[in-house]
Design a protein around this ligand. Structure first.
Ligand code: URA
Length: 431
């Protein structure tokens, strides 16, 4: 078999066999198939799609490119929650400690930023010392002792996805249903989660812009989860505008930690409570969503979720002083408050434009391995449905570069739409 023939076959819209997919993923993982062929492969999949059979094979091949953890000797149940990617989506950073504080072990492998969407691992690294490269033994040990692990793609778990993810980020091959489904689900399978909640984002700042596409992605991932014997549930949530107020690595960390202190924008809090309730139900800790929600609220008010986050940060070598005092997070040199150009109701805050503007400020990457600037980003003060007076603060820009700041100002202003008529707030969840 030759990699080039597999690329040609997919280019010509033919279905790949399980053996061909396994051959390609094995060769890519061990370095025999170079990045340029893997990029071409990703592009053919992006353009020509995959059957659900091929997607399942790709998922399993990537999951088995490294170890597949069996955690049943360590804990009875391990839960995980994964987002398909969005702007201002720091949900995992708040929800995982909330779930763990409610008594369910959480073992999660997250990704870095992808295109205009941020990544949990980049955000967590805003805490000095926080290690995102745990070995599988460390993963297991920490899960057993602390009941919570939040790490990056390790060399041992789904390494094919780690390599492919970095290529997709910079080759325009992110928004593909089979590539997203396999990327997310191979990590879940490899890291041993027994119950999974998938938060599939829909809208202008999501990889799936329509409900129809999001539904397809969601049901494909749920099928793959069931095929691998995992309890899997998917929610479809809004990503037309950024979630919460903060966009950018350190700024999002601050908002996520503030939530654990009971101090968060209402949409972000509601989103996290709902996702947590679902995880608690899927993981068997709550009998229904009402009970799950009550537990989720309690772990914030009694401080146990914040304490669990401290435990996590300490266990992974991070400086807990950042959790205790969020003013320690690195701040950008320039902060500009941009005021509303007119009065009315906000009708749009185009999430993709905001996400791309954040990448331009330096919060994301345009080339594989680019360094990122953790301090930069936005605080979005006015969201869809809010009334606004001309001259009132609309958003803040945090930048380390004056030219980039100017470009970001224009971009985010263009992301806003206004109406003279009342505009309803956007729903948080669709299904
Ligand atoms: N999250 C992932 O882990 N992979 C994707 O492709 C998109 C979101």
């Amino acid at each position: 078999m030759r990699a080039v023939d597999i690329i040609i076959k997919k280019r010509d819209k033919k279905e790949l066999t399980s053996q061909e997919i396994e051959f390609f993923i094995r060769g890519f993982t061990n370095g025999e198939i170079p990045d340029y062929q893997a990029s071409a492969f990703a592009m053919t999949v992006m353009l020509n799609g995959m059957t659900s059979h091929e997607t399942k094979d790709l998922t399993l091949a990537m999951a088995h490119s490294g170890q597949v953890l069996d955690l049943s000797k360590i804990v009875d149940v391990v839960v995980d929650k994964h987002s398909s990617g969005g702007v201002g989506d720091k949900t995992s950073i708040s929800v995982m400690p909330m779930v763990a504080a409610c008594g369910l072990p959480v073992g999660k492998m997250s990704g870095r930023g992808l295109g205009f969407s941020g990544g949990t691992i980049d955000k967590l690294e805003s805490i000095p010392g926080y290690r995102v490269n745990l070995t599988t033994n460390e993963f297991k040990q920490q899960l057993k002792e602390k009941g919570i692990v939040l790490t990056g793609q390790s060399l041992d778990l789904a390494p094919a996805d780690g390599k492919m993810y970095a290529l997709r980020d910079v080759t325009g091959t992110v928004p593909s249903i089979p590539l997203i489904a396999s990327s997310i689900m191979c990590k879940k399978i490899a890291a041993g989660a027994t119950a999974i909640v998938l938060d599939v984002k829909v809208g202008l700042g999501a990889f799936m812009e329509t409900l129809d596409e999001a539904r397809k992605l969601a049901s494909l991932m749920v099928d793959i989860g069931h095929l691998a014997g995992r309890k899997t549930v998917a929610l479809l949530s809004d990503m037309n505008q950024p979630l919460g107020n903060a966009v950018g690595n350190s700024l999002e960390m601050i908002e996520a930690i503030d939530l654990l202190r009971g101090n968060a924008p209402v949409d972000y809090l509601e989103h996290c409570l709902h996702v947590t309730a679902h995880v608690l139900v899927v993981g068997g800790r709550a009998k229904d969503l009402n009970e799950g929600r009550a537990l989720a609220e309690k772990c914030i008010t009694d401080g146990s979720a914040l304490e669990k986050f401290r435990v996590l940060v300490q266990a992974q070598g991070g400086d807990v002083a950042y959790v205790d005092d969020v003013n320690r997070f690195e701040r950008a040199k320039y902060l500009e408050v941009v005021n509303a150009p007119r009065s009315g109701f906000v009708s749009q805050v185009h999430a993709r434009i905001v996400g791309e503007a954040a990448v331009t400020l330096g919060a994301g990457r345009t080339k594989k391995g680019d360094p990122i600037d953790r301090a930069v980003g936005f605080i979005i003060h006015k969201k869809v449905g809010d009334g606004v007076e001309a001259g009132e603060p609309l958003f803040e820009i945090h930048s380390n570069d004056e030219t980039k700041l100017k470009a970001a100002r224009e971009a985010v202003l263009s992301a806003y739409g206004f109406s003279d008529e009342f505009v309803s707030p956007l729903p948080l969840f669709y299904e």
